[in-house]
Design a protein around this ligand. Structure first.
Ligand SMILES: [Zn+2]
Length: 88
């Protein structure tokens, strides 16, 4: 049986990883689903996905290239009540 996986970006650790899609709803806030990995040729982040760390919240500041590949539908579906999209 084929397992569908999702690419996740963690705003806390600044890393990308994949999980089985069915486990996505178990994730904490700050774990952002992506439709695909952002380009490693991004001039701002070189594919790291972040452009620095916020010293107040200790989360990484997401690069624009990650914002472009955010899986908005998935976010709306499962974590609308946990995350404020305006703060991304
Ligand atoms: Zn970037």
């Amino acid at each position: 049986m084929e397992t569908t996986t999702k690419i996740i970006y963690s705003a806390f650790s600044g890393t990308f990883y994949t999980i089985p899609e069915k486990d996505f709803s178990l994730l904490d806030m700050g774990q952002l689903p992506l439709t695909k990995r952002p380009s490693s040729s991004c001039k701002k982040c070189q594919g790291r996905g972040h452009i620095g760390r916020d010293s107040q919240t200790f989360t990484y500041q997401i690069c624009n290239c990650v914002r472009k590949v955010l899986d908005i539908e998935e976010i709306k579906k499962s974590i609308t009540d946990k995350i404020d999209l305006n703060n991304l």
